[in-house]
Design a protein around this ligand. Structure first.
Ligand SMILES: [Zn+2]
Length: 321
């Protein structure tokens, strides 16, 4: 199904009676399937926790790269050995899928695809060394972008689109290690790409990061660094979400300031980028209760939330000219 949206109505009037011209352009915006996005979430979880240097991680990378190729993207698997805060060398892969290659301007959409190796926020101390399944914190954002890639491949928008699945985001130092400055121990894949973009001189009109976008009754507040670096992008996304009827998800209020992949895309490569991330002002962490626990599983993933995010982003991308 395709929804039609009237994007522009031009009226030229030169004060001569009968000479008024009207041009109405419509943009076809493919309908985002939450069933499909849910299946892509499940598929990633079915590999097991996608922790760097594991078989599940390796198999999931191959799957994500193959899916993007299947949808018609030009794909780059950007491999790098990245050193974690504790000296572990992470065999990492940023997976980059480009549509409408050669077309300017470009829109950058991104999410991290790796799982956190330790559920260090788990309420049960004995479980804090287990990996996080990352159904929401990882798989949900990638799943929304995979569904968008499937649709974009069939019906390309006016702009170029680059989708990047970043690796090694969630290998950041646990609290027990945070005596030293370990803030940059997160987002390692993004830091690497921003210093070594897959195309020399790469730039985009703007970037949007999806992180934890599948939770039940999730709320997305205006993250503070996004407002600082890219206020117009925040306002564009939030206002399109509201007009689509998703105002209960996209709350028109300031949220926290969150260290996430978009920080490095803003600071290191200068692309104005925002973070759409679940935020709960009532919880101590600011995130959902199952964040970085062994309970970040499929039972917390909700198709309605995936639909709200995916539909909004489809409108944002297809309304760009
Ligand atoms: Zn995380």
């Amino acid at each position: 199904m395709i929804s039609l949206l009237t994007v522009i109505q031009l009226t030229a009037c030169n004060h001569i009676p009968g000479s008024t011209q009207k041009e109405v352009k419509t943009v076809e915006i493919p309908d985002f399937s939450s069933d499909s996005a849910y299946r892509y979430t499940q598929k990633q979880v079915d590999f097991g926790a996608r922790v760097p240097n594991t078989t599940a991680h390796e198999l999931c990378a191959a799957y994500l790269s193959a899916e993007l190729k299947k949808f018609g993207a030009v794909v780059v698997d950007q491999k790098a050995d990245l050193t974690a805060f504790d000296g572990t060398v992470l065999k990492s892969t940023n997976i980059i899928g480009s549509f409408n290659l050669g077309v300017q301007p470009r829109i950058l959409l991104f999410s991290h695809w790796d799982s956190r190796p330790w559920a260090d926020q788990d309420p049960v101390p004995g479980k804090r060394k287990q990996p996080v399944m990352a159904a929401n914190d990882g798989a949900s954002g990638v799943a929304v972008l995979l569904e968008m890639a499937r649709l974009i491949g069939k019906n390309q928008p006016a702009v170029g689109v680059d989708i990047i699945f970043f690796d090694s985001e969630d290998y950041g130092a646990p609290e027990s290690f945070r005596s030293q400055n370990t803030e940059d121990s997160w987002c390692l894949g993004t830091q690497y790409w921003a210093k070594n973009p897959h195309v020399t001189g790469y730039t985009a009109r703007f970037g949007i990061l999806l992180d934890m976008v599948g939770g039940k009754q999730a709320t997305f507040f205006k993250e503070q660094s996004s407002e600082y670096y890219a206020p117009n992008v925040v306002n564009n996304v939030w206002s399109q979400a509201k007009s689509l009827g998703f105002g209960q998800y996209f709350v028109d209020q300031k949220g926290g300031a969150i260290t996430d992949d978009h920080i490095y895309v803003n600071q290191l490569i200068g692309i104005p980028s925002i973070d759409i991330i679940q935020y709960d002002p009532k919880s101590a962490s600011g995130f959902a209760s199952y964040w970085h626990t062994t309970h970040d599983t499929m039972e917390n993933v909700d198709k309605n939330t995936l639909k709200a995010i995916g539909t909004t982003l489809m409108h944002v991308v297809y309304n760009e000219k």
